[in-house]
Design a protein around this ligand. Structure first.
Ligand code: ADP
Ligand code: MG
Length: 364
């Protein structure tokens, strides 16, 4: 009898420790920044998990309202209606603009966050698609120029008074953005990546060591690895089909894909997509159908995937060679279906089931 009781107790103990070893993930999804997002994380108990989930939701709402072109209370909308006047903005807006403008500069304007007048003219914001005339396009290119976005950055440190103590009576100035009349910002190519970095940082700050943050439309940030120590495995969409043609392994890494297939319309047997070449204000036809970028920063992934799509395979590969400091790797898919990946993805990239016979060219 005693033996049986001992066995039962032992079995119960085993079950308990087994439960502890494989924690249940917290999974939830939400709609933000015009897309469905989904989150998986391994937490530390119900109350703490709820707090992390609430924090993610609050961050997303805040960033969405600041960056949305349509929200009249948001910073981007106010900048776009400012008619050249200075606009006071919140800290995340400045933080994103500083980082995004750096990417615009380093990509020599292939990424340009002032593309909004052209994006609107093609009807991509309101889904009322049309093809602007060549004259209209020429006029629109004049309105795309990230170099004239002016940031007025204030010192946020509190000045020291005559007694050597901080002088709290001095009102801290807010940062400002000035954009010439007629121009408009569109942070659509970088906002999800920025949100990914913010959420990953705050999750890490809350002690989360394992999470997969899917910011929708192929922007993903991985915090740590899976609880068993193996990397997160994320698929890259086949631009020509429904499935995934490849899998990338991510540990503390982000990944972003830009492709013509994500948003487009067809007119007179011609396809027009939502990634525009700032030089022509028209859809970027560079011979690519998608570009995926892997890097520690989700913002870099988001911004560079758009920029490399505009550049095309040859220029994009040279850009990768020229900028090791950006710590990114890339996978290009051409319109003919050619797959090209950079050498640094060795051991982290594999073709998915059903695609094993496709040839992959390694870029050095
Ligand atoms: P998605 O938002 O579908 O993931 P991207 O990250 O590539 O795709 O961003 C595309 C969006 O960015 C477009 O919908 C448009 O709002 C804006 N955009 C289009 N072309 C450019 C460009 N060359 N530079 C910056 N933003 C762009
Ligand atoms: Mg992007």
């Amino acid at each position: 009898m005693k033996k049986r009781l001992l066995c039962t107790l032992l079995a119960a103990l085993c079950l308990l420790t087994a439960c502890k070893k494989v924690p249940e993930p917290v999974e939830f999804s939400t709609f933000a920044m015009n897309t469905f997002m989904s989150f998986t994380f391994y937490g530390k108990g119900e109350t703490e998990n709820q707090r992390v989930q609430d924090q993610i939701n609050v961050t997303l709402r805040r960033l969405d309202s600041l960056f949305s072109v349509n929200n009249e209370c948001g910073d981007v909308n106010q900048i776009n209606r400012s008619k050249g006047q200075r606009v006071e903005v919140d800290a995340p807006t400045v933080e994103l603009l500083v980082q995004a403008l750096e990417l615009c500069e380093i990509t020599d304007g292939a990424l340009d966050i002032t593309a909004y007048p052209a994006v609107r003219a093609w009807g991509f914001t309101q889904e009322e698609y049309r093809v602007p005339s060549p004259a209209e396009l020429a006029e629109l290119t004049e309105k795309i120029d990230y170099t004239v976005v002016e940031l007025g950055l204030e010192s946020h440190s509190v000045p020291v008074g005559p007694d050597g103590e901080p002088d709290w009576s001095v009102h801290a100035e807010r940062d400002t953005v000035t954009l010439p009349a007629g121009m408009e910002l569109d942070l659509g190519a970088v906002a999800k990546g920025f949100a990914g970095d913010q959420i990953a940082a705050s999750a890490r700050g809350s002690g989360i060591t394992s999470a997969l943050l899917n910011l929708g439309q192929s922007t993903i940030a991985a915090v740590g690895a899976k609880p068993d120590g193996s990397p997160w495995r994320v698929g890259i969409r086949d631009p020509e089909g429904e499935g995934y043609f490849a899998v990338v392994e991510l540990t503390d890494m982000a990944m972003g894909t830009s492709g013509g297939y994500q948003r487009y319309f067809e007119q007179d047997e011609e396809i027009y997509w939502h990634i525009l070449d700032p030089d022509t204000a028209a859809p970027a036809k560079s011979g690519l159908s998608s570009v995926t970028v892997v890097s520690p920063s989700a913002l870099t992934c988001d911004g560079l995937s758009t920029a490399l799509f505009v550049m095309g395979l040859e220029k994009g590969t040279q850009f990768w060679r020229d900028h090791p400091e950006l710590e990114f790797e890339a996978v290009f898919v051409t319109e003919e279906g050619g797959i090209y990946r950079t050498a640094g993805l060795e051991g982290r990239f594999s073709l998915a089931e059903g695609y094993e016979d496709r040839e992959v060219t390694v870029l050095e």
